[in-house]
Design a binder for this molecule. Structure first.
Ligand code: ADP
Length: 635
């Protein structure tokens, strides 16, 4: 849509005036109305960027990058100069930057060194309806910050669907501005029953649309990278087989969070004339990224969601039914340019009677150890974690679970106060278990190796084909020439892979030959370097870990590294159960679990399994599994 037609621009004066007169403003506007790209520019034009930076937070990394790129283009400046972005392990800002897009997690992290976030004159919490864990924590912190900086900070909270009244109440009845979007009517077509396979059904419906309906792009909502890839290849096959001349040209484009930047751009570029686009997306296209030209939506009715269960310490990654709010957002994508159609692959009774009204906020389905450590490290006298002002509070069970986890790794003491180690851990942009491992490894002289492991785990999903978190059935078997962890498990395997690459002086061909994603490996190298810099800052001196340690002979037992992992993963230990064909977790929760099929430790010969292991996480798919497992004591 041409910029001058964006609905939000008609409200420019009203927005300026309301922001001028109020410290907090809630802005509700339909997806695509221009909130993410225009609000920052409106405030920039009003001069707010003279007294400080304008921050715009995004729950998703990909949105921070694509939206900042778009804004820099609109302003005709180079990305990284007046307009930049900052996401974990990637900072593209400079001294010139006035408008900064950043993930909500990065803003939280910045507040550790600058609790009042003084460099910003405006903070826009964008996409608040996504209710990401970090946005919810920021909402609580903003409430406090506004009191401290009432005279020189403006906070804007934007949302496509959020209950504006609720947020307004949270911020002492601050004003709500509604930006009415120009949505054309969307005809909703329901299936008479749930299909046996939503993938096959999506394929059929999309092809039917292509053959029968006039021009207009088709947006298909799937659940994750794996089923997107499957559908993309099936669609391509089917389109090829259609008789030439029976319908217009077509291209099929995937859209999900871990798509490489060059492929993301394709979705935003105008299609060739007389060409229909099939865009196969995750829920990222619901509200986060707006794709123009869509007239038909195919909604599978499902979304992939991670859910943490504090009583078992286990994550489940389930394909679950979407909420009614999500279904309506999906349908709305079809009516942005002209009247559209939405094909729901479920009956209306399921929409009305089975779907939840709204999606459960992340804060109520995540492990809170990292967030609680963060809040404790702020050392705010007026903040009691168990009474922190949340928009929707997490359960006390979940908070207690987080406190126990932190206690086990010495981040808090008997009184629940943060320890010196806890403070150091909070400075690292990692999960508490990995931060703790790095600190311990530094004591044992194996920091170099631990840094590599932490960096590899941070980028794991982009490294090996078939190692995506979402597809747990695929094996991440080492490719023929890659090390297998010498029997010590996944952490050691990741370490050895990186060390081999290091030996080749980071050769691109080596990655390709071994089926590793070059982009992913480069990212690991970069993450490792940044973690190393943070550790040097913490240690207040140079550490001898800049280059990874050379690949040693495979008999090395990595004893010190395993010791450090034991301390970091103190709450994530499991013992071999001879009679139960698996392991029993040790600690404050005891349950039977197995080594995940993707692990290098997975073997059909039970006799080879180590007696004790630590694991990175527990996930429940068909059964409870330990993912990323490291042997502590061999048989
Ligand atoms: P909102 O935040 O209200 O959902 P946005 O500001 O994201 O709206 O989008 C406004 C318009 O800008 C839409 O028409 C969208 O297609 C376009 N747009 C947003 N990001 C990009 C991009 N990276 N490239 C091209 N167009 C974009």
């Amino acid at each position: 849509m041409a910029k001058q037609q964006l609905p939000i621009l008609q409200f420019e004066d009203k927005i300026k005036q309301t922001v001028e007169n109020n410290p907090v403003v809630v802005i509700i506007g339909e997806t695509g109305s221009g909130k993410s790209t225009q609000l920052s520019q409106i405030l920039h034009r009003s001069g707010y960027s003279n007294s400080g930076l304008i921050a715009v937070t995004q729950p998703r990394r990909v949105a921070a990058v694509t939206v900042s790129r778009r804004v820099s283009e609109e302003l005709g400046v180079r990305l990284g100069e007046e307009v930049g972005y900052s996401i974990r392990f990637e900072d593209r800002t400079s001294e010139k930057t006035r408008i900064k897009y950043l993930t909500d997690g990065v803003l939280l992290r910045e507040s550790l060194s600058d609790p009042e976030l003084k460099q910003y004159s405006v903070i826009i919490l964008d996409e608040a309806h996504e209710r990401s864990l970090n946005t919810d924590i920021l909402l609580g912190l903003m409430k406090r910050l506004i009191k401290l900086r009432a005279s020189n900070l403006k906070v804007l909270i934007t949302s496509a669907t959020l209950d504006g009244e609720k947020v307004s109440k949270f911020f002492c009845d601050c004003p709500i501005l509604n930006v009415p979007g120009k949505l054309f009517p969307v005809e909703i077509l329901y299936s008479s029953e749930r299909p046996k396979s939503y993938l096959e059904s999506c394929l059929k419906v999309a092809i039917d649309i292509h053959v029968r309906e006039p021009e207009g792009d088709i947006l298909i909502f799937m659940t994750g990278q794996d089923d997107i890839e499957k559908l993309v290849s099936k669609l391509e096959e089917k389109i090829m087989s259609l008789e030439e001349g029976s319908c217009m040209d077509a291209i099929v484009l995937p859209l999900h969070g871990s798509l490489p930047p060059e492929l993301q751009i394709r979705v935003f570029s105008p299609p060739p004339p007389n060409c229909r686009r099939f865009i196969v997306a995750t829920n990222i296209a619901e509200t986060s990224l707006t794709v123009d030209g869509v007239v038909y939506v195919v909604d599978s009715g499902y979304v992939k969601q991670r859910h943490y269960i504090p009583s078992t310490g286990m994550y489940s990654l389930d394909v679950v039914q979407i909420s009614r709010v999500q279904a309506d957002q999906r349908a709305g994508r079809a009516g942005r340019t002209r009247p559209g159609k939405c094909y729901r692959l479920y009956p209306s009774i399921i929409y009305n009677e089975e779907f939840l009204e709204a999606t459960i906020p992340e804060i109520q389905r995540s492990s809170l150890a990292g967030s609680v450590l963060y809040l404790k490290s702020l050392d705010l006298p007026d903040i009691d974690i168990l009474k922190f002002n949340f928009l929707d509070p997490p359960s006390s069970e979940s908070l207690e679970d987080a406190l126990k986890q932190l206690y086990l790794i010495d981040a808090i003491d008997d009184n629940g106060s943060i320890t010196k180690i806890g403070h150091t851990m909070a400075e690292l942009p990692l999960e508490p278990s990995l931060s703790r491992t790095l600190i311990e490894a530094n004591k044992y002289g194996c920091l170099s190796q631990a840094l590599t492991v932490a960096a590899m785990l941070s980028a794991e999903t982009t490294l090996l084909p078939g190692r995506s978190k979402s597809n747990d059935k695929k094996r991440k078997q080492p490719l023929p020439d890659l090390p297998d962890g010498s029997g010590w498990g996944d952490h050691i395997q990741l370490l050895e892979i990186f060390e081999q690459w290091d030996q080749t002086d980071y050769a691109v061909d080596w990655c390709k030959d071994n089926g590793l994603q070059v982009r992913g490996m480069k990212f690991v190298k970069d993450v490792r370097k940044q973690l190393c810099q943070i550790m040097q800052k913490i240690a207040k001196g140079p550490l001898d870990v800049i280059r990874s340690k050379r690949w040693k002979d495979s008999q090395e037992d990595y004893k010190d590294l395993r010791k450090a992992l034991c301390v970091g993963y103190a709450g994530q230990l499991a013992e071999r159960m001879l009679r139960h064909n698996g392991y029993r977790t040790i600690g404050f929760k005891s349950q039977l679990v197995q080594v995940h099929p993707s692990s290098v430790l997975r073997t059909d010969d039970e006799g080879l399994l180590p007696n004790y292991v630590v694991y990175h996480e527990l996930i429940a798919t068909s059964r409870p599994f330990m993912r990323n497992v490291c042997a502590i004591e061999m048989k």
